[in-house]
Design a protein around this ligand. Structure first.
Ligand SMILES: [Zn+2]
Length: 428
C-alpha cells in the first residue's frame, strides 16, 4: 500500500470509512473546483488542518493530485496549489444515437481531447455497431495528441431505457437486437476497464449539469425532444435514476383527452406519440399531402419525406400549419412539465434535442404553458432554457458519468488501494 492511512485488518490497503469520506471530500474539491491550497481546502471542506494534510499526501502518493509551484505570499510560508492529475489516464466514451455514433477521449476530469463521429444505424444491432465503436476508439487512442496513460474507464450512452446496475438495455423500442445485451461485460472484457452505460437523456442532463447551462443548479429537469421524448432529473445535486434506471421516461405519460395514436411502446395516447419528433414528421407529412402547407409540400416535391426539422424550419418562415403543429406539441410537453414542476419544484428546466434546437416556436409554447399551468410558488424563480452544449452534449455527459462513478465514494473505495481502477468494479 502506498501512503500512510491505516489499513483495515484483513483488507490490505482499504480505507476506514472516515478516512474515505475525507478523501472523497478533498478530492472532489480539487477535481471539481479550481486548484486550491491546503488552507483553502480546510475552509472548503470543514475538515481539520491535519486531516486535510494527510488526505492530500495520500492523493499525491497515489498519483491523483499534483502540487504546483508556490504562489507569491504576503508573509509566512508561500502556499502551494494542488491540482487534479487529469492526465494520469484517459476516459473513452461513446454516445450512440438512432442514426449516429459520437466518440471521445477525455482527460480524467472529463475534458474532451479527441472527438470523432460517423453515421450509423442503431438497428444494425450490437455486434455491428459496437465493432465500429471499437474502431473509432482505436483511432482516438492512436491519433489523439496529449492523451494520457491507459483507458481508466469507459462510458456508453444509448437511445433507450437502460438498467443502470447491469448496464443492459431493457426492451428498447428503437434498438432491435439490443434487449438485454451485456454492453458492460463486452467492454470490460475487451478493454480491461470499468464500464458504465446509461440512456442518452440522463447523459444530456449530466453534461448540462457539469459543464453546461445547468451548472450550479441542484434541482433540474432536462427534457430531450428528439425523435422521442424523455427527461433526465438532477435532484438535490445528484442524477436521479430511480429504482431500476427508468426515472424520467416522461414520453410515455398518457395525454388526457388526446386522439388515440398508438405509441412505439404499444400503448395509446403517449405524449411522445403526439408531440415527439416522429409525431411532428408524421403530422407535417400529412399536412403536406393534404395541401394545407405549401412549404411542407415543397419538401415532398423534392422527393423526400418530411422531417420534424422541416416542420421547425417551415414554422420559422411563418408557415401557419407548421407553427400550429409546434405550438400544439409545445402545449402538450408544457402540460406534462407543469405536472412535473408541481411535483418536483426544479429551479431550471432545460429543453434539448434536435426538435427543440431547430426553432423558437416549441420553446415559447412550452414556456407559456408551464408558467400558466404550474403553481405560483413553484414558478416564481423557475427558469426554462434551451440546452447549451449542442452536438457534444452526449459525450460530455458520458465523461461526467464515468468520472462521477470512478471518483465517487463507492468507486474510490473499490480501487484506490490498488492504485488503478479494476475492470470488474461496477456492480461488484
Ligand atoms: Zn409510449
Amino acid at each position: 500500500m502506498i501512503g500512510g492511512v491505516g489499513a483495515m485488518p484483513g483488507q490490505p490497503g482499504a480505507l476506514p470509512d472516515e478516512a474515505l469520506d475525507a478523501l472523497v471530500a478533498v478530492l472532489d474539491e480539487i477535481r471539481l473546483g479550481r486548484p486550491s491550497s491546503r488552507a483553502e481546502l480546510v475552509a472548503q471542506t470543514g475538515l481539520s488542518r491535519s486531516v486535510v494534510a494527510q488526505r492530500v499526501s495520500e492523493l499525491i502518493d497515489r498519483g491523483l493530485v499534483v502540487e504546483g509551484d508556490p504562489r507569491p505570499s504576503t508573509g509566512g510560508r508561500p502556499p502551494r496549489q494542488l491540482s487534479f492529475q487529469s492526465h494520469a489516464g484517459h476516459l473513452l466514451v461513446a454516445d450512440l444515437g438512432a442514426t449516429s455514433i459520437d466518440v471521445a477521449a477525455t482527460t480524467l476530469d472529463g475534458r474532451i481531447v479527441g472527438h470523432l463521429d460517423e453515421p450509423a444505424d442503431i438497428a444494425a444491432g450490437p455486434d455491428a455497431v459496437l465493432e465500429r465503436v471499437d474502431k473509432l476508439f482505436e483511432r482516438l487512442q492512436a491519433g489523439t495528441r496529449g492523451i494520457g496513460g491507459r483507458a481508466w474507464a469507459i462510458g456508453i450512452g444509448v437511445p433507450g431505457p437502460v438498467e443502470f446496475s447491469t448496464g443492459r438495455p431493457i426492451s428498447p423500442p428503437i434498438m432491435p437486437g439490443w434487449d438485454g445485451y451485456p454492453i458492460r461485460e463486452r467492454f470490460v472484457a475487451r478493454y480491461g476497464a470499468p464500464t458504465w452505460v446509461d440512456n442518452d437523456v440522463n447523459l444530456l442532463a449530466l453534461g448540462e449539469w457539469h459543464s453546461g447551462i445547468a451548472t450550479g443548479h441542484d434541482n433540474v429537469v432536462v427534457v430531450k425532444v428528439g425523435t422521442g421524448i424523455g427527461a433526465g432529473i438532477i435532484s438535490d445535486g445528484r442524477l436521479h435514476r430511480g429504482a431500476q434506471g427508468a426515472a424520467g421516461d416522461v414520453g410515455h405519460i398518457q395525454v388526457a383527452g388526446a386522439r388515440s395514436v398508438v405509441c412505439r411502446c404499444g400503448n395509446v395516447g403517449c405524449l411522445e406519440a403526439l408531440a415527439g419528433g416522429a409525431a411532428l414528421a408524421r403530422d407535417g407529412e400529412e399536412a403536406a399531402r393534404s395541401g394545407r402547407s405549401a412549404r411542407l409540400a415543397a419538401v415532398l416535391d423534392r422527393g423526400r419525406a418530411v422531417t420534424a426539422e422541416d416542420v421547425a424550419i417551415a414554422a420559422s418562415f411563418g408557415d401557419p400549419v407548421a407553427l400550429e403543429l409546434l405550438q400544439d406539441a409545445g402545449r402538450r410537453v408544457g402540460t406534462m412539465l407543469a405536472g412535473i414542476v408541481n411535483f418536483f419544484n426544479p429551479s431550471l428546466i432545460v429543453i434539448g434535442g434536435g426538435v427543440a434546437q431547430s426553432g423558437d416556436a416549441l420553446l415559447a409554447s412550452i414556456r407559456e404553458t408551464v408558467y400558466r399551468r404550474s403553481l405560483p410558488l413553484a414558478t416564481r424563480d423557475l427558469l426554462i432554457q434551451r440546452s447549451s452544449l449542442g452536438a457534444l452534449a452526449g459525450v460530455m455527459g458520458a465523461a461526467a458519468m464515468v468520472a462521477d462513478e470512478l471518483f465517487g465514494r463507492d468507486g474510490l473505495a473499490r480501487w484506490v488501494a490498488a492504485g488503478v481502477p479494476a475492470a470488474d468494479m461496477p456492480g461488484t
